[in-house]
Write a protein that binds this ligand. Structure first.
Ligand SMILES: [Zn+2]
Length: 65
């Protein structure tokens, strides 16, 4: 799963990840998602975007249960 904090700057990100997935699922523009979550640094954005595929698999798994 996603690390609790951004590797580069130490910002707490794990508590925002569920909301990020919700907004992505609703097809919100990515810049609006960053604004809503308060993510401003590229290093933190990278933490989210690099985990999308893994979470997609997890969501599929949950639906099957
Ligand atoms: Zn960061």
């Amino acid at each position: 799963m996603i690390p609790v904090r951004c590797f580069s700057c130490g910002k707490l990100i794990a508590d925002k990840y569920e909301r990020y997935i919700e907004l992505m699922g609703d097809n919100h523009p990515i810049e609006e998602i960053w604004k809503e979550l308060g993510i401003t640094r590229f290093c933190c954005k990278r933490m989210f975007t690099s985990h999308v595929e893994i979470v997609d698999d997890l969501l599929k798994f949950n639906r099957l249960q």
